[in-house]
Design a protein around this ligand. Structure first.
Ligand SMILES: [Zn+2]
Ligand SMILES: [Zn+2]
Length: 104
């Protein structure tokens, strides 16, 4: 058994892995048997999260689709087809706010 320690924002995540699953999954939403499920996008990995276990995705490590850094899945990223981390989300929210500034 091999253990991988991932440190995200000073919190340590220890993950057990073997074979091709020895990585942080990069989750994205795909259509599988007519359902939307989270699956790992990495080429050597067949991992996916069955729909009845979708709630389990919260707290799982994944890679951000924007900056490619490890992140932890939360309620907001769970709703995204290609989850992005808190940093990238903040950037995205701030940008239109600046553009909406009016001068009257
Ligand atoms: Zn994977
Ligand atoms: Zn990011």
């Amino acid at each position: 058994m091999l253990f991988i320690t991932v440190v995200i924002r000073n919190r340590k995540y220890i993950m057990a892995g073997r074979g091709s699953r020895r990585h942080i999954h990069k989750y994205h939403k795909i259509s599988f048997a007519g359902m939307q499920v989270f699956a790992c996008a990495l080429s050597d990995c067949t991992h996916y999260m069955p729909q009845h276990m979708e709630a389990m995705i919260i707290g799982k490590a994944s890679y951000c689709w924007e900056c490619d850094n490890p992140m932890v899945m939360d309620e907001i990223s769970k709703k995204m087809d290609k989850p992005i981390c808190v940093n990238c989300r903040t950037k995205k929210i701030e940008l239109p706010a600046n553009l909406l500034t009016t001068n009257d």
